[in-house]
Design a protein around this ligand. Structure first.
Ligand code: ARG
Length: 458
């Protein structure tokens, strides 16, 4: 049989394969609440403008509310023949209220309808993401405060570089997730324009009021260009782009947790709640959650590239290619939500082995820079010369198999006679960390300033 929406033009129905490739109801049913909200706002505006009768509007609104509760309670039969969520809802409305249902689609197209539904969905998802990031930042702020003075090795090239504090390291992630959250806020600002009323692409001859629907649906204002409105999926791409950047940050953190929780590092221990055992090796405690967070990054990157590629060659305005936008966004949203939540739990539960961290911080000649700085400050050497002298001291310690602080004063003076026993004060990891008071540095007092800054903004 022919289609009930466009049967006037069509003599026969679609081939089975046509139906299968064309239908989106399998995934866009997720948009049911947004679709119904949008239709209620549209019908209310149509009646207000005298485009439909107010008793028809009442029937439409009542019918849509019935459909909403049918779907929410699982008592709605979705049909693939009806293609997508928009036509499933409209067809059910016709069954419920009769001919008045046919007036709902006045001055509207599925092109502006889907743009509206999807924008509303992405906006809600962004608001959820903002809250999840706030929770993750809060977890880090607590750990940073607790460990503002806990010394650990700082790394470059994953080689011991200089001592830092674990609190400082935590605050590095707060900066990253803080930037992610501000990208979320910008994305909300960008998408906060209502598409409904752009119609198929050219606008409409009916005297609609797009400011009224924009306001009713919680948008700042209506979009300005009807062609752009139905062709634009920047809001979805921006969501995927910020999700990709955020999950890249999550993945770096996941990688550090994987490394730090090995027996070889032993810096942290994962809680039982966020790790798994092995079915064969009884001693194992595996960081599966961290590994999966690291892996989700791959999926999210894939979704971003998929949608960019789908959109890149499309002539204006709507093409059916754009129907493929939703699965990418839904999958990325689910992955990102899970990854942030799992990471928040891991960070809150992590047991920090301060003794292991401190021991590691002192090995690998991590205070060599402090020795060089001391020579600059106390003996007036140019930094390049001080670097050379210190390099010789490190080589000597290495040949003796000891730390810098274990070299005798005579040994040090044989390298440079300006060295006095005061130098030993700067060779401890605590002294090293405490000395780095430059703005944004690792000294505990500076780390506490960073924490105060973010507490005031979280
Ligand atoms: N299911 C479609 C989508 O998700 C709705 C818009 C269809 N519009 C059209 N002219 N075929 O993109």
């Amino acid at each position: 049989s022919s289609n009930q929406m466009w049967g006037g033009r069509f003599a026969s129905g679609p081939d089975a394969i046509m139906e299968e490739i064309n239908a989106s109801i399998g995934f866009d049913k997720k948009l049911f609440a947004q679709d119904i909200r949008g239709s209620i706002a549209h019908a209310t505006m149509l009646a207000h403008q005298g485009i439909i009768q107010s008793d028809d509007k009442d029937k439409i609104v009542e019918g849509l509310n019935t459909i909403l509760s049918e779907i929410e309670s699982g008592n709605f039969a979705f049909s693939r023949q009806l293609e997508d969520i928009h036509m499933n809802v409209e067809a059910r409305l016709a069954t419920l209220i009769g001919p008045a249902a046919g007036r709902l689609h006045t001055a509207r197209s599925r092109n502006d309808q889907v743009a509206l539904d999807f924008r509303l969905w992405v906006k809600e998802e962004l608001e959820k993401t903002e809250q999840l990031l706030t929770n993750l930042i809060a977890a880090f702020l607590d750990r940073a405060e607790e460990h503002a003075e806990t010394v650990m090795p700082g790394f470059t090239h994953l080689q011991t570089a200089q001592p830092v504090t674990f609190g400082h390291h935590c605050m590095a992630y707060v900066e990253m997730f803080g930037r992610d959250r501000s990208r979320v806020r910008h994305a909300i600002e960008h998408l906060d324009e209502s598409p409904i009323g752009a119609a198929a692409l050219a606008g409409t001859g009916y005297p609609i009021d797009r400011h009224m629907t924009a306001k009713a649906l919680g948008f700042r204002e209506p979009t300005r260009n009807s062609i752009d409105t139905v062709s634009d999926r920047d809001f979805a791409i921006e969501f995927l782009a910020l999700a990709a950047i955020c999950s890249m940050h999550l993945s770096r953190l996941a990688e550090e947790i994987v490394i730090w929780s090995t027996p070889q590092f032993g810096f942290v221990r994962l809680s039982d709640a966020f790790s798994t055992g092995s079915s064969i090796m009884p001693q194992k405690k595996n960081p599966d959650a961290a590994e999966l967070v690291r892996a989700k990054t791959g999926r999210i990157n894939g979704s971003l590239i998929a949608l960019l590629t789908i959109m890149k060659g499309l002539p204006l305005a709507y093409s059916k290619d754009m129907q493929e936008d939703k699965e990418q966004v839904f999958d990325a949203a689910e992955s990102l939500e899970l990854a942030i939540a799992a990471m928040t739990g891991m960070v809150r539960d992590l047991t920090i082995n301060t003794a292991r961290m401190k021991a590691a911080a002192g090995s690998g000649y991590s205070t060599a820079t402090d020795l060089a700085d001391w020579l600059v400050r106390e003996a007036g050497l140019p930094f390049r010369d001080a670097h050379h002298v210190t390099g010789r001291a490190v080589a000597l310690a290495e040949s003796k198999g000891c730390d810098l602080a274990d070299l005798s004063l005579a040994d040090l003076q044989a390298i440079n006679q300006a060295i006095t026993d005061k130098v030993y004060d700067v060779l401890t990891v605590e002294a090293s960390v405490a000395s780095r008071k430059s703005f944004g540095g690792t000294a505990p007092e500076e780390v506490r300033k960073q924490i105060a800054y973010w507490r005031a903004r979280n």
